[in-house]
Design a binder for this molecule. Sequence first.
Ligand code: SAM
Length: 282
Amino acid sequence: MELWYTEEHTPNVRFSIKVREQILSEASPFQQIDVFDSEEFGRFFTLDGLMMVTEKDEFIYHEMIAHVPMATNPGIRRVLVIGGGDGGTVREVARYGGVERIDMVDIDEAVVRVCREHLHFTSCSLGDPRVTLHFEDGLKFVRRFERAYDLIIVDSTDPFGPGEGLFTKEFYGNCFKALSDDGILVNQHENPYYDSYASSMERAHSRIREFFPVCRVYQAHIPTYPSGHWLFGFASKKFDPTEGIDAMAWNALGIETKYYNTDIHRGAFMLPNYVKRALESA
Ligand code: SAM
């Protein structure tokens, strides 16, 4: 008998992966958590039936969400990761010796527990002494800070269910307040291709633009996310990631990556016309 994991990318489009074995199925107070093993993508985990991380392609998402801001401002010391319970984003940020403190706030302790147990490839740096884990709604957590972080990375689920608040005007305004004078906010920005995701992306972009003087969007190809074409938002009080980074300095750090490099950094901000238009009209 064959076992397949099938995810609805739109009411008319489905994406399936042949499964070797289901490892875990658990309902937390916030969401349904499932872990599977597969031939093609290795181990993967889903929340409420939506793909979060696969062993084979997680490096693309986590490298792009972390290294783009880190290379833009080599002076980043204090980092807040909101969501990101699998630990992949923390793993990438922790590779920088200059980072002094990483706070990770996930609403769901169960996601972190499950990932620590079953997804070592992403959760491996959660025990780093610079990392502090907080189990709380990121929307509430960020309210109490002023100029406390150099970088906030929003590694959230989609804008419904527990992740909804992380796409609101109130949240972006509080992120602005919580960032230092040269602070950067990066967030997962949905896909531009399917209508329902594209409208979330446009809404998020227009809300972020109300607060931050620099507001850009960059892209990566992530095979297991809807349409495979994924966007990230880059907002900042000062640094413009498209104005040239110090590529020599970043390369001299000797951080070995599988996807990110300083050429990709430049190229990722070059968007297709339909995406540019959607962002302009947002
Ligand atoms: N890479 C992923 C993606 O886009 O598919 C995101 C994965 S990450 C596991 C998302 C995390 O955000 C989950 O662990 C979830 O518990 C957390 N999360 C959702 N809403 C949240 C909130 N309001 N505050 C903090 N964490 C939240």
